[in-house]
Ligand binder design. Sequence first.
Ligand code: PMP
Ligand code: GLU
Length: 396
Amino acid sequence: MLSERAKKIKPSPTLSIDAKAKAMKAQGIDVVNFGVGEPDFDTPEHIKEAAIKALRDGFTKYTPVGGIDELKEAIIAKFKKDNDLEYEKDEIIVSCGAKHSLYNIAQALYGSGDEVLIPSPYWVSYPDQVLLNDAVPVFVKTYVKDNFIVSPDALESRITKKTKALILNSPSNPTGLTYDKRSLEAIAEIALRHDIYVISDEIYEKLVYDGFEHISIASLNKEIKKKTIVVNGLSKSHAMTGWRIGYTAGPKDIIKAMTNIQSQSTSNPTSIAQKAAVAALTGPQDFTSMMRTEFDKRRRFLVERLNAVRGVSCIMPTGAFYAFPDISKLYGKKAGSRAINSSLDFALYLLEDAKVALVHGDAFGDDNYIRISYATSMENISKGLERIKEAISGLK
Ligand code: PMP
Ligand code: GLU
């Protein structure tokens, strides 16, 4: 018999859809994959070289659980330079991807019955990681009219004596929207007044557009820094999804607990991936700017064309690499005998009939939307858009 815990959760829908699209491709089916959120660029050469050198040097053994000093120093320098945040080494832990960082936080922080506030739409793993730790996800709905920014009043109305933390994600997956300083200040004020932790997932920090400046909520003042646990990683900024390096900065006691948990579960993140991460953080950053420029072009191309499709409306995202169009006007229509009444119906219709993979909004907590990852070539975006247009014109 499986544990109650295992029965409470589902597989990551983003990874499942990616697996399905890749399996169709392997069968020779020409699928356009807008499913997974992972840069389509290869990891830069100088980062790969650092890993190759580490291998050749025999850097292939266990390292300290929370990461090598050299990497912690590079992370500390990054926080200082990019976020105006000062940390010591015992306030940093490196884990096997930001997903693992978030999981360690959940293990270190949540007790049975604790409530965790999650603005919705949310990234797929937040609620399930809360459930895996016997805590309760409490969703706070956000709306496109507010740029999907959580309203301070709505947030406060969901706080109870059991509220332990809030998970904040800016730039956001799936909406692509970003929190400005004023919204962060309002949230920080509420978190401090109610003494709740803010888990700030900033993994898309480098991918912001239209001159938007990313600000870490932890940098607003000394008090909120003490209540904030910042999560970041190399997956999106340096096209390193497969290397599995994420990191956390926060209060010493939490970092220590996370390190103990990590010591009993995965031990250290891969030795050679840590060396690669040092090269990524300390080397030239022009790759990240190149990627951002390219994503920016695709973002405008995709969103302008989506808005020209009948029944689709899409807010212009300011960060990450996702477009999050509202498709609810198409509900109630049919393609032959296939009825489209939900985001999943629509996503399945697109996958099976139009050979376009994307993620249904329901997976992120809002059934009126779909998520399109534009971390794919302009050619694929054009092809996918044509297919989507044609599929929608087939709905009566
Ligand atoms: N947070 C968000 C919002 C994400 O989109 C992702 C991407 N998978 C992660 C965390 C985890 O990234 P990784 O584990 O690859 O570092
Ligand atoms: N963050 C990516 C996404 O949302 C990767 C998939 C995952 O880790 O779930 O598509």
